[in-house]
Design a protein around this ligand. Structure first.
Ligand SMILES: [Zn+2]
Length: 278
């Protein structure tokens, strides 16, 4: 921990608190209460390392989509919170206990509201299916200590002091807890395809968003594809699921130009305002 503490003095007293909380949860699965405690602790850590878009209209737009999906999903173990992060990489993260972060570039890349709803529903699926608690257990079972994961992330992110300063315990832990395997990705997709129609969104948006991503990345891997591995069988599984339960024809794809207005708003807010992008 010395390397992290010496480079980010502001966090030197906070990171160990998070670390001790993680280590103190003991054996077995993280309970809902433990994940809630972790979520409260981590959301503070994470927000110190990210820049949230200072625009309530965009924030409300994303929260409304998220709320519709959560409501359609039925009783949930956590209360959900949605945040919009200023970031030029297409990505989205689920922090413990229902704190979901959507990058501005993800909103800008979506071709219609069903694609954005697909990403949000997929992230909610990771939370609802307790994948974060599973990742926490995996690090215990494989012997890859949380401490080692944080240190590795800090070393990888090292170099520029600014990067190191951003890489507090919270961000490193979130990246670690968001490294999902193929099975978890398929499960989050299944959750999204089941839930989106009940929220009024066309689940095809989930598949077309991944296709758009793969085309735009020119065969390379975007951040989103790295942290949420997309394989051909994932798209095939999603299509097979939709063939079994064909979505109703009246589901929302286009929200009457609202997404486009939100996209222009993001460009204006991020392109001006004197605060810069980072
Ligand atoms: Zn995922």
């Amino acid at each position: 921990m010395r390397g992290i503490c010496s480079r980010s003095r502001g966090r030197s007293r906070r990171a160990p608190v998070l670390l001790s909380l993680l280590l103190a949860t003991g054996c077995g699965t993280l309970s809902v209460q433990e994940e809630q405690a972790l979520g409260r602790q981590m959301s503070g850590e994470i927000r110190r390392g990210l820049v949230l878009l200072p625009d309530r209209v965009v924030e409300r737009y994303v929260r409304d989509i998220g709320a519709k999906i959560v409501e359609a999903a039925g009783p949930q173990p956590f209360e959900y919170h949605f945040y919009v992060v200023e970031d030029d990489d297409i990505n989205a993260f689920a922090a413990p206990a229902g704190h979901i972060y959507i990058h501005t570039q993800t909103i800008l890349a979506a071709r219609d509201v069903s694609e954005l709803a697909g990403v949000i529903a997929h992230e909610i699926g990771h939370v609802a299916r307790r994948h974060i608690a599973q990742n926490y257990n995996r690090q215990r079972n494989t012997g890859i200590g949380y401490r080692a994961a944080v240190l590795a992330a800090a070393v990888l992110g090292g170099g520029a002091a600014a990067t190191a300063a951003q890489l507090g315990g919270g961000l490193a832990a979130m990246a670690y807890l968001n490294s999902f395997g193929r099975e978890a990705e398929l499960e989050a997709d299944t959750f999204a395809i089941e839930t989106m129609p009940r929220a009024g969104y066309d689940p095809n948006g989930l598949v077309t968003f991944f296709e758009t991503l793969q085309q735009e990345s020119g065969g390379g891997q975007s951040d989103f594809l790295s942290s949420h591995p997309a394989t051909a069988d994932r798209a095939a599984a999603a299509r097979a699921q939709m063939e079994q339960q064909p979505p109703r024809p009246d589901l929302e794809v286009d929200d009457n130009g609202r997404l486009e207005i939100i996209q222009r708003r993001i460009e204006i807010v991020m392109g001006s305002g004197g605060r810069g992008r980072y």
